[in-house]
Design a protein around this ligand. Structure first.
Ligand code: PLP
Length: 451
C-alpha cells in the first residue's frame, strides 16, 4: 500500500548501488532492530544476515558491551575533533592501540569517517610526501581490476569496476592491473604459480613503461571483497612485493574488510604473510557501530610524512569528526571484543565447517567455484561448469538467488555472478547450518527456473 514502510522508502529515499524495485523487482526491506546475527523488519520477519550489514557488523546487531561503551562515552565527552594538536583521551588511546596491534614496530594514525576517505587521505599523504621530497610528478596510483576502494572521486578511481565510467572515472593516472583470480583469469594450460609470475611481470613492465618516478603507490586488498571475494593467487604478494621494493613504490594494504578478524587474524596481510608500508582500516574497526576509518602508517612512511609536515608546519587535511571520541571509545571496545572475547577465534574454529558446507553446495552443476577464507566466501554461478560460461545478463542469476534467499529469511549479497557470504563472527554452528540450508533451497529453485 502507498502508506507501507516499503512504499515510503521507495518514495523518498535513494538507494546505493541499486534501483529498487525496477531492477531487482523486489521491494525494500525496512528494518527495526537486530538479535545476534539476525535483523528484523517492520512486519516482524527475521533474516539471518549473512552479509553482516556491509561486512561490518561483525559482533552482530545487539552487542550490549559495545552499545554501553558508546553510551558511556556520549555521557562523558560526546564529541570532539583532532585538529590543531587537540584531541580526546580516547583518540590517544586508540592510536596507541592501533600501532600496538599493527605489524609495525612503530607508526602513526590518522582518522577519517569512512574507508573511502581513508584511501583518499592515504593518496593525498603520498602526493604531499613525494612533492615535498622534490618529486611532484610521483602521482600515479596502481590498483587492480575488481578492487573496491570506495566511492569518493579518488577512491572510486582506485576501484577497478567498469560502473565508474558513468561518472567519467577513473581520473587520469589511476592504473588497474590484472585481478589475481586464477580460476577466472588463468590462461589455458597455465599453472597457478605461472599465473602469479605473469602478474608480477605485468607489474614490473607497467612500472617501467609508466616510469617508476611517476608512481606514488600501489594499493591492494589482501582478499578482494566487493570484487566477489577473491583471495590472491598462490604466492601473489610474495611475488609482487619485491617488484615494488625494487622500484621504491610504497605498498598500501586496504584492510577495510579483511582487518580485525574477517580472515581469522588481526590483518589479512598476516594471513597472506606480508608486511605493507601502511594499512587502511574501517568497517570492523568499530564493529559497524560508528562511521570511522583510519590510516595506519608504518615506520618509513611515518618518518617521510613527518619530514614533509615539518617543512610546512602542517598537514593541511582532516575531517570535522576525525578521531571522534565516541567512535574511538567504540573502536577500543570492538578491538577487545573481536580479538580477545573469542570472536576472531570463532572465525578460525568455524572456517573449516564453512568451507565444507560450500564444497557440498559447489557440487551443484551450476556452481563453478567456491572460494574464500575465514568468514568471507563466495559461490560463483555458471551456465556451464566445464567452460566456466557465465549466465547471461549483469547480476541476473545472483540477484535472483539473493532475492529468493531474502524471501526465505536469509540476506546474502549478489556480486557479479557470485553470491557472497560474510556473516557476523558470532555465528553458531546451528546458524551456519541454517544459512546453508536456505541457500541450498534457493539455489535449487533458481537454477531449476533457469534450466
Ligand atoms: N575499501 C574496501 C576494501 C571496502 O570494501 C570498502 C567498502 O566496502 C571501502 C574501502 C570503502 O569504505 P566506505 O564504504 O566506508 O567508504
Amino acid at each position: 500500500t502507498p502508506q507501507s514502510w516499503e512504499a515510503r522508502a521507495d518514495e523518498y529515499s535513494l538507494y546505493g548501488f541499486t534501483d529498487l524495485p525496477s531492477v531487482h523487482k523486489r521491494g525494500a526491506v525496512v528494518l527495526t532492530h537486530g538479535e545476534g546475527p539476525y535483523v528484523v523488519d517492520v512486519n516482524g520477519n527475521r533474516y539471518l544476515d549473512a552479509n553482516s550489514g556491509l561486512w561490518n557488523m561483525v559482533a552482530g546487531f545487539d552487542h550490549k558491551g559495545l552499545a554501553q561503551a558508546a553510551k558511556d562515552q556520549y555521557d562523558r565527552f560526546p564529541g570532539y575533533h583532532a585538529f590543531f594538536g587537540r584531541m580526546s583521551d580516547q583518540t590517544v588511546m586508540l592510536s596507541e592501540k592501533l600501532v600496538e596491534v599493527s605489524p609495525f614496530s612503530r607508526g602513526k594514525v590518522f582518522y577519517t569517517n569512512s574507508g573511502s576517505e581513508a584511501n583518499d587521505t592515504m593518496v593525498k599523504m603520498l602526493w604531499f610526501m613525494h612533492a615535498s621530497e622534490g618529486n611532484p610528478q610521483k602521482r600515479k596510483i596502481l590498483t587492480r581490476w575488481n578492487a573496491y576502494h570506495g566511492v569518493t572521486a579518488v577512491s572510486a578511481s582506485m576501484t577497478g569496476k567498469p560502473y565508474n565510467e558513468v561518472f567519467g572515472l577513473p581520473l587520469p593516472g589511476f592504473i588497474h592491473l590484472t585481478c589475481p583470480h586464477y580460476w577466472r583469469f588463468g590462461e589455458e594450460g597455465e599453472t597457478e604459480a605461472a599465473f602469479t609470475q605473469r602478474l608480477a611481470r605485468e607489474l614490473d613492465e607497467t612500472i617501467q613503461r609508466e616510469g617508476a618516478d611517476t608512481i606514488a603507490g600501489f594499493f591492494a586488498e589482501p582478499v578482494q571483497g566487493a570484487g566477489g571475494v577473491i583471495p590472491p593467487s598462490e604466492g601473489y604478494f610474495q611475488a609482487i612485493l619485491p617488484v615494488l621494493k625494487k622500484h621504491g613504490i610504497p605498498m598500501i594494504a586496504d584492510e577495510v574488510i579483511c582487518g580485525f578478524g574477517r580472515t581469522g587474524n588481526t590483518w589479512g596481510s598476516i594471513t597472506y604473510d606480508f608486511v605493507p608500508d601502511a594499512i587502511i582500516s574501517s568497517k570492523n574497526l568499530t564493529a559497524g557501530l560508528f562511521p570511522m576509518g583510519a590510516v595506519i602508517l608504518g615506520p618509513e612512511l611515518t618518518d617521510r610524512l613527518q619530514a614533509a609536515i615539518d617543512k610546512i608546519e602542517e598537514f593541511p587535511h582532516g575531517f570535522t569528526a576525525s578521531g571522534h571520541p565516541v567512535g574511538c571509545a567504540i573502536a577500543l571496545k570492538a578491538i577487545d571484543v573481536v580479538m580477545n572475547e573469542g570472536l576472531a577465534q570463532n572465525v578460525i574454529d568455524l572456517a573449516p565447517r564453512f568451507e565444507d558446507g560450500l564444497r557440498q553446495l559447489a557440487q551443484n552443476p551450476n556452481i563453478g567455484e567456491y572460494r574464500g577464507v575465514g568468514f568471507m566466501w563466495a559461490l560463483e554461478a555458471v551456465r556451464d561448469k566445464a567452460t566456466k560460461t557465465p549466465f547471461e545478463g549483469h547480476l541476473s542469476v545472483s540477484e535472483r538467488i539473493a532475492n529468493t534467499c531474502t524471501d526465505m529469511g536469509l540476506i546474502c549479497r549478489p556480486l557479479g555472478q557470485s553470491i557472497v557470504l560474510c556473516p557476523p563472527f558470532i555465528l553458531t554452528p546451528a546458524q551456519m547450518d541454517e544459512m546453508f540450508e536456505k541457500l541450498d533451497k534457493a539455489l535449487g529453485k533458481v537454477f531449476a527456473e533457469l534450466a
